[in-house]
Design a protein around this ligand. Structure first.
Ligand SMILES: [Zn+2]
Length: 327
């Protein structure tokens, strides 16, 4: 069984995309979410996400709302809630329509300065409706890093509920608000790297030993700079970074063979989760190899073959990190 732990509903029906515009243009009371039929949701998935997954041999995808469109930078709790509910309802319904192929991961109604205790009822609602994971935005401001570090007590109400519910969190920022910081090519990777360094500096997992965090996009710059982080941990008199591997996992959304090879060598098989993040940041094939950039299963198979190691990354580890998949 091949489980892709990182997919986004990037081809949602237009009515959903338009709802964001309606929310942004509203004054006074907010417009209601659009009524979207099951057929429209199914059509938006079968020609895209599900077709490519089937072609590549991916059995199950953990589908969350489009990450760059989470809209967390808007400092309005009512809009954050209305939009998150609409976006989460869409992935929950998608998972209900295709229970063999999709499982839902939710976003949170975050905004800069939000009280974290106010986010958890949406998480609980989604988990009760079948969500198996949650995306946590460590910087809802969209690049200003105005929130406390992910290890700060500020976030504890969320981690308490995640621990209670056995829900892992994927660290995932949304759109960059800075014109000179590209969302997909710079901000995502920067956030992945930044949060790992925050975890070196903080004591998050002493407080929450059962909490599991996934750093996507192959961990940003972390695997490539593993020695820098090891050395910094020693210099700052922090515990060895290997301790973090009790709770922190990396996904395989790295879009070339040497990147995957290094990820497996540095991070190791026990802390890797197969992901392709499709249909996501990069589309099309590398003209040099003819392989789709985001066909990470191809790269993994090239390295590991049809082996027990491949099974571990694609099926065993995901079920350990996302225990609600079995439920
Ligand atoms: Zn993503």
């Amino acid at each position: 069984m091949i489980i892709d732990c990182h997919g986004h509903f990037t081809t949602a029906p237009d009515a959903h995309e338009n709802y964001w515009t309606e929310l942004m243009e509203s004054s006074g009371s907010l417009p209601s979410a659009p009524i979207i039929s099951d057929d429209a949701i199914a059509e938006a998935l079968t020609g895209n996400q599900l077709r490519v997954a089937a072609q590549r041999g991916i059995d199950l995808t953990l589908l969350s709302p489009k990450a760059s469109a989470m809209g967390h930078h808007v400092p309005d709790g009512r809009i954050a809630r209305a939009w998150s509910e609409a976006a989460n309802d869409l992935v929950l319904r998608a998972a209900d329509l295709f229970p063999e192929a999709l499982a839902a991961v939710c976003q949170l109604p975050q905004y800069p300065g939000a009280e974290v205790g106010g986010l958890v009822d949406e998480l609980t609602r989604c988990v009760e409706a079948g969500a198996v994971g949650v995306n946590i935005n460590p910087d809802p401001s969209g690049g200003l890093w105005s929130s406390p570090a992910i290890t700060d007590r500020y976030w504890y109400p969320l981690f308490e509920v995640m621990s209670e519910l056995s829900i892992p969190g994927m660290i995932h920022v949304s759109g960059s608000c800075l014109e000179n910081v590209h969302t997909l090519g710079a901000f995502y990777l920067h956030a992945d790297t930044t949060v790992f360094m925050q975890m070196i500096m903080g004591d998050l997992f002493e407080e929450f030993p059962d909490l599991r965090i996934v750093i996507p996009h192959g961990g940003g710059a972390v695997p490539y700079h593993w020695g820098r982080f090891k050395g910094l941990a020693a210099r700052l008199e922090r515990p060895p970074i290997e301790n973090l591997l009790e709770n922190v996992y990396f996904d395989t959304a790295v879009y070339h063979q040497p990147g995957i090879d290094m990820l497996v060598e540095v991070v190791g098989l026990d802390n890797l989760l197969f992901s392709s993040e499709m249909l996501g940041a990069v589309r099309g094939a590398d003209p040099k190899t003819g392989i789709d950039y985001d066909n990470t299963l191809h790269y993994l198979k090239s390295l590991l073959g049809e082996s027990e190691s491949l099974e571990r990354v694609c099926a065993v580890n995901p079920r350990v990190v996302y225990p609600r998949l079995d439920a």
